[in-house]
Design a protein around this ligand. Sequence first.
Ligand code: SF4
Ligand code: SF4
Length: 314
Amino acid sequence: MHKVKLGWRGPEVSEVCFGSLAISPLQGRVSVREGREILSYAFYRGIDWVDTAEIYENYNQLQPVLSQYPELKIATKSYAVTKKELYASLEKARKELARDVINIFLLHEQENQLTLKGHAGAWEALQEAKAKRWVGNIGISTHAFQGVRAGALQPGLDILHPIINYQGLGIIDGSLEDMLQAIAFASDLGIGIYAMKVFGGGHLAREPEKALRFIRNIPGIQAMALGMSSTEEVDFNLALLEGKEVPIELKNAVTHRERKLYIADWCQGCGACIEACPQNALYLNEGQALLKSGDCILCGYCGRVCPHFCLKIV
Ligand code: SF4
Ligand code: SF4
C-alpha cells in the first residue's frame, strides 16, 4: 500500500485510513466480531491506521485488533468543549483502546473560527496532551470550508479531516470550490489532510473510480478515510487505487445498494435528532421528524439520540 506523510508534522501512514464508522454499532451494518475481522483484514492488506470517534461508541470493538497489531495507528475525535471534558475524553480513549499514546486526536466537527474559540479550553488541553506525548498529533474534523480555514490558522494544529467529494455533498457552508480553496490554503501551511466522505455517505458509490480519482488529484490531500463494511469492499477499493482490473466476482460482491435513513412512524416529535444532525437534514412537521431530501450523508449520528429508536439506516 502506498505510504504518505501527513503534512509537515504528521506521521507516515497508508494512503487509505480505515473509516470505522462503517463497522460501528451506530451504522449497524455488521456485528462487532465481523467488524474486527474486516479491520484485521484491512491491516493485512496494508492499511495501517484507523479513524474513529468517541461518538461511534466502538472503542471496545477496536481494542482487541489494536492490541494484536501495535503498529496500527489510531485517529479519534471528541466533542469536548472544556479542558476538563477533553481530558476525560482522552483518558477514555487511552483506557478503552489500551494505548498510552493516541496517534491523532481531533476536535469533532468544528465549523469556523467562532466554534474553535468556543472550544479554547479543549484545544489548550490537546496542546498540553501533545507536549506530554499522550497524543501524537492534534487537529479538527469539519464539514465546513470555514472550519478548514480556521483550523489551518489554529496554533499548533497538525491535521485536518474535512468532508470532500466530487459533488461537494455534505459541505454545510459553501461550495465545492470554496472547500478546495480552503484545502489549498491549509496545505500551503503544511497541514496534513485526510479526506472524509469520499463517496458522499454512499450517494457517490455508483462511480467509485471517479470518487477516488477526484480525491487523489487534489494536491493538498495526502490520504482518505474509507468506510468499509466487508473484506470485499477492502479488496475492491484497494484494487481501484492500485489501478488493477477489478474481477467481475468482486464487482458483483460489492453491491453499491442505495442506502437511506428510515424514520419510523412512532416518532414522538421530541426534536433530539434535529439537534444531533450535523447537516441540518432533519426538521419537524406536525410532530414528526422528516428528512430534507438530498441533505443526509448517512452518518447515523441522529439514531443514537432517539429515545424511541425510530431512526435507522437501511
Ligand atoms: S439525518 Fe441522521 S444520518 Fe442523515 S446526516 Fe443527519 S444525523 Fe446523519
Ligand atoms: S429523536 Fe426520535 S422521537 Fe425524537 S423527533 Fe427524532 S425521530 Fe422523533
